[in-house]
Design a protein around this ligand. Structure first.
Ligand SMILES: Nc1nc2c(ncn2[C@@H]2O[C@H](COP(=O)(O)OP(=O)(O)OP(=O)(O)O)[C@@H](O)[C@H]2O)c(=O)[nH]1
Ligand SMILES: [Mg+2]
Length: 295
């Protein structure tokens, strides 16, 4: 008689905790297996930029399964892409991998409460371009925009798709759901912009807890604390992420930054004054950050 060996499966990381993660096995999208992971068995060779955690939501992994709900990660499979930022509060070259293997980065900003945030949108757009991930922009809380202002117009001139929505009126939700169907998308942005509210509407049921915003500052209260990948109608995957305060870009030399601002690069080529351009301020701010962080 041969000894029985615990079986191996492949799956997708749905949630990451310290030292363990939830994995959705490929053979049953409604199932979750809690699997410890060890850096040594997941990362073959430490990269130049050390990851705060060696697995991220969306990662493909091979697991060995011991019971209905128990397993262990034995390997992280090759990544199609990954979205990384400088790990906040960490010294040196440490990165936070927000998500891996996504089709769309959904950059969520509210029209108001908190205030529309082009600075963060610019950073996400740059990171998406670096990672070769298609970004789209969702501007929530359109019920607070009775005049129909569109401060996002500039992004449409760069062929970035913008979806204005309101989870209060339901406006704009159906076309967004159709656009995302069959793909894996990560929803990222500041706290309180309405990422979880939006996902609850897209799912047509409550999958995550919704917070409030501070009445004085208009800022969110970091209600979502762990990124969660949830499967919608078998083939669509949505990752809700906790609101971030800042997005520190990595692996860009300050002199190369202008390439990510095509209108400024062209203006510079023509010898024009850059300071009259809408995104000049944002460009300067990011450049200074890259210079002071030093790499
Ligand atoms: N007026 C208005 N308020 C909204 C809309 N969508 C969400 N909100 C409110 O915004 C607040 C924050 O919503 P959440 O969905 O928790 O925001 P979040 O982006 O998930 O926040 P974190 O989990 O902290 O990152 C709640 O009070 C929601 O009711 C909207 O379309 N219009
Ligand atoms: Mg949330």
């Amino acid at each position: 008689m041969s000894e029985s060996v615990a079986p191996y499966l492949e799956g997708t990381v749905a949630e990451v905790f310290p030292k363990q993660c939830h994995v959705i096995p490929d053979n049953d999208v409604n199932h979750r297996i809690l699997c410890p992971y060890r850096r040594g068995s997941v990362v073959e060779r430490e990269p130049e930029w050390r990851e705060r955690s060696p697995v991220a939501p969306g990662d493909r992994v091979r697991i060995q399964v011991f019971g209905a709900k128990d397993g262990v990660v034995v390997e992280r499979l090759e990544r199609k892409n990954l979205l990384q930022r400088r790990a906040p509060g960490k010294e040196g070259q440490v990165v936070h991998t927000l998500v891996a293997n996504i089709d769309y980065l959904v950059i969520v900003s509210s029209f108001k409460e908190p205030e529309f945030s082009p600075g963060l949108i610019d950073r996400f757009l740059i990171a998406a371009e670096q990672a070769e991930i298609q970004p789209i922009i969702v501007v929530t809380k359109q019920d607070l925009n009775p005049m129909g202002a569109s401060p996002w117009g500039i992004y449409e001139t760069f062929q970035v798709k913008v979806f204005p929505v309101s989870t209060h009126t339901g406006g704009g939700i159906d076309p967004l759901r159709e656009f995302l169907r069959g793909k894996t998308s990560a929803f990222c942005g500041h706290s309180g912009v309405g990422k979880t509210s939006l996902l609850n509407q897209l799912f047509r049921k409550d999958i995550g807890k919704i917070g409030t915003v501070n009445a004085m500052t208009g800022k969110g209260k970091h209600t979502t604390t762990v990124s969660t990948l949830t499967v919608f109608e078998n083939t669509t995957r949505w990752i809700d992420t906790p609101g971030i305060k800042e997005f520190g870009l990595i692996k860009i030399a300050p002199r190369d930054l202008i390439q990510f601002f095509p209108e400024l690069a062209q203006a510079q080529f023509r010898g024009e004054d850059l300071s009259s351009y809408a995104r000049y301020h944002s460009y300067q701010k990011i450049k200074v950050a890259l210079e002071t962080e030093g790499r």
